[in-house]
Ligand binder design. Structure first.
Ligand code: MG
Length: 371
């Protein structure tokens, strides 16, 4: 039986703002864009009391909470504290899988600290982070990643929730389907219509029923409903590239229209780059274009990460076919890291890509937020 801890900082960026500017303490604070089209990346609990949320347009948040203090983001600080936090984890385990700057899974199955008690280790980590870094984190302890992540959210903020193996069945029985990863609002509504409100309800359904109702997600749902999740904690999370892309509701008819989309895409790419957990240097930049005919092209160069570089690449990509465009993407490729070189060599020999090391592009109309 494995022991997994999921650590999640409480409103991380906002917490660091309050830590570094103590005069903000007690006031509603958010971090994000201040301009007319700005969006918040996170806010503290004082702001949440007014209904302010992550990914909310700044203007709307200001209307809900006139006293809201909006701090510009300081990703250099967020990244450096994230590294310090990882160093604290590394005192107890090398099985660390960072999910973002403020979240990580630890597999402590083999840890001998605290006589092998994952609960006491989690409490200790929370204590050390608070003492040394001045922020609070919530932790979940469970036999797998899926339950550990739900648990860390259970007693947020500054909380700990432990789901021991003998409590798994009872815990999932009452777990609302909305809490499952991969169940958005639409899927949840569909589940309710079919009479599934909790994982206990889902357990009554056969595998075939779930496949009929939810397609490819069916088998996964069957496992989740039973509290099962075999995914290992992956310590090597080397992305080879990072990109943002957008599929347009109506095709972009000409080069000018494509170039008009560039600033928004570029801004989103910069936001994603600022938050990256990947540490390798950026080697190349690229533009991806998919045309009406579904033909696709990518133009890639060793250029700096600037809007001008992407303008050059986009112009070239357009000229290759000169037909209306359905999808535009901007991205960067990272240099291989030392411990990744074996894999790179292997890839070179087989000529194939290894999906596991790719960070898939993020559709940027899915809000990228931090809780
Ligand atoms: Mg968080």
């Amino acid at each position: 039986m494995r022991k997994i801890i999921h650590i999640d900082c409480d409103c991380y960026y906002a917490a660091l703002e309050v830590r570094d500017f103590p005069e903000l303490r007690g006031f509603p604070v958010a971090v994000g864009g201040q301009g007319p089209r700005g969006v918040l990346s996170t806010c503290n609990y004082e702001a949440r009391a007014f209904g302010v949320r992550s990914a909310m347009p700044t203007a709307r948040a200001r209307a809900m909470c006139p006293g809201l203090i909006i701090q510009p983001s300081r990703f250099d600080v967020y990244r450096s504290v994230s590294r310090q936090m990882r160093a604290i984890f590394a005192r107890y385990t090398d099985q660390i899988e960072p999910l973002s700057l403020d979240e990580a899974y630890l597999d402590v199955s083999d840890s001998t600290a605290f006589a092998g008690s994952a609960t006491r280790l989690a409490e200790h980590l929370r204590h050390e982070i608070k003492q040394e870094l001045g922020i609070t984190v919530s932790a979940g302890v469970a036999p797998n990643k899926y339950l550990a992540k739900i648990a860390s959210d259970w007693h947020k903020p500054d909380g700990l929730c432990v789901i021991t193996p003998d409590k798994v069945a009872e815990f999932v029985q009452a777990l609302p389907v909305e809490r499952l990863f991969g169940v958005g609002q639409k899927t949840a509504e569909r589940m309710h219509q079919l009479g599934f409100r909790t994982c206990g309800d889902l357990q009554q359904a056969s595998l075939m029923t779930l496949i009929d109702g939810f397609g490819r997600f069916g088998p996964r749902l069957y496992q989740l409903a039973r509290g099962e999740d075999e995914r290992p904690v992956r310590t090597e999370r080397f992305a080879k590239s990072l990109s943002v892309e957008h599929t347009y509701p109506t095709d972009l008819s000409d080069e000018t229209t494509c170039l008009q989309q560039l600033p928004t895409l570029f801004e989103e790419l910069q936001r994603r780059l600022a938050k990256r957990t990947q540490t390798g240097a950026i080697e190349r930049v690229f533009v991806k274009m998919r045309f009406r005919s579904f033909q696709q092209t990518t133009v890639e160069r060793a250029l700096p990460v600037t809007e001008a570089s992407f303008t050059t690449l986009m112009t070239e990509a357009w000229s290759r076919r000169g037909e209306p465009v359905r999808l535009l993407g901007l991205g960067v490729r990272f240099a291989e890291q030392a411990s990744n070189q074996q894999l790179a060599l292997f890839e070179g020999l087989t000529g194939g890509g290894v999906n596991a090391v790719h960070q898939s592009p993020v559709e940027f109309d899915e809000a990228v937020t931090e809780q």
